[in-house]
Design a binder for this molecule. Sequence first.
Ligand SMILES: Nc1nc2c(ncn2[C@@H]2O[C@H](COP(=O)(O)OP(=O)(O)OP(=O)(O)O)[C@@H](O)[C@H]2O)c(=O)[nH]1
Ligand SMILES: [Mg+2]
Length: 509
Amino acid sequence: MIGDNRGIELPDFKRIRVAVDRFRGLRCVHTHLRGEGLTQDDLTDLALLRLDLMVAIDVNPTDGLPGLLNIAHLLPITADKVRTANKPEPYGFLAPKMASHLDVDFLSLINSLEEEMARNRRVSRQDSLKDRSILVGVTSGPIADAEESMAELQELASSAGIVVQDKVIQRRQAIDPKTVLGRGKLEELLIRSLQLGADMLVFDRELTPGQVRSLSEATDLKIIDRSQLILDIFSQRAQSSEGKIQVELAQLKYLLPRLIAGQDSAFSRLAGGIGGRGPGETKLEMDRRRVRDRINRLEKEIEAQRLRRHERRKVRTRNNLPVVSIVGYTNAGKSTLLNALTNSSVRAEQRMFATLDPTSRRLRLPREQEIIVNDTVGFIRDLPPGLLSAFRATLEEIVDSRLLIHLVDVSNPRWRQQIQSVDRILEELHIAQIPSILALNKSDLIDRDTLKAISRQLGQDGVREVVSISATDQKTFPPLLEKVGEMLSQDLGLRDEKAFDADRVSRIA
Ligand SMILES: Nc1nc2c(ncn2[C@@H]2O[C@H](COP(=O)(O)OP(=O)(O)OP(=O)(O)O)[C@@H](O)[C@H]2O)c(=O)[nH]1
Ligand SMILES: [Mg+2]
């Protein structure tokens, strides 16, 4: 490459792919005319291009002969430093020397640095198949909100089996429409991910297709947003054929606007999702028209499911058993409660979205009433738009409920926001008018006084009944069951035998 005294245009080396633990295999050797040594620009290029070395040779202005060589290389960081708060300097410098005095063996220097990177990677890597990521929050609002949101993103990431190596929050006046973050922050992130051996940035916000493209072009890293993370978790969890169809539909709806005719680089990155898993992986190798066709077909299939479920529900209504649905934020303990109430063994786990398929069980209440209890898919704030509609066949199960048990994990610091999110989604589903009991779960994990205060606070407006329970302890159930029985018998007199409310159901779509 040839440049002048003001600068040199470097070609886009990023197209030359390199392994995660390797440098680019290129050294940039150039001259500086004012004896300024290595500049910040030099160092940034070193990092962004992942060069082996950056060398600036001073030029003596009087005779044009070479002066000192200023040399920098990237520094791997050791695994124990990863966890410390102060970020270590990413560059190493060699003492400036005249060319004739250089006694460094470049190849062995680079080899040992690369070996160290690979070693760090092995140490920091609990599971060789896991993606390593940096979580990125960008906000123009309060930092505290961004931090709460990041805490949830971290839970989502670990539920998806991703290793989180660092978290970065940037507060900006305005979100950059193209790259979300400013250039400086982006460079910093890139250097950081290089040092940590991270191969993915997970953004705590919805990214536009264009933003994903610019970000992955600028960083060469896999770029995932919150919606895609949730979709990936769903696709890892989907068990039943019904659930798989619903997830695939939601994935395709997410993907469609991100497909650009004739340009499939962002596509191939997106299609793989996290670690290239998910049922859609091979199916996603298709163009937009075929994606649209497939969406149509899946929608028809889901419509058929909906009708089948509807028929099943009609039979149940004929049996005249009132339905009580357990709803709530993901990980609130819904499946645990259903299991404990009805001695079943629905999968309950300390990870988000353990349940995708609804389960119904019969339960005899203390006062000899028999009811059907439904376990449902968990809710979350800012659900990806296509997801709710994809899951409508499943969620319609809730429509026929006589009563909702809205389960809240009060041990989660974000319980307040979680109640609001669930209420909002119930409204979107047009089922907010069904009578509900707010059940404060995991009460064993917080102290009595806090529980009492929360319970008093929530019961204050008198809008709904509040009870506290611990789904892992049957002894705490009587007040809840008492309430359920009471509300059902009150309700019985008031309502007609409920037929299938086609209007309400169609509005869910
Ligand atoms: N300590 C304690 N842990 C609980 C309680 N209830 C549930 N858990 C735990 O919370 C975790 C989540 O429980 P699940 O029943 O899977 O939650 P869920 O609401 O069905 O979650 P999704 O299906 O993912 O929406 C599990 O590890 C349970 O053991 C409780 O009352 N006390
Ligand atoms: Mg569950």
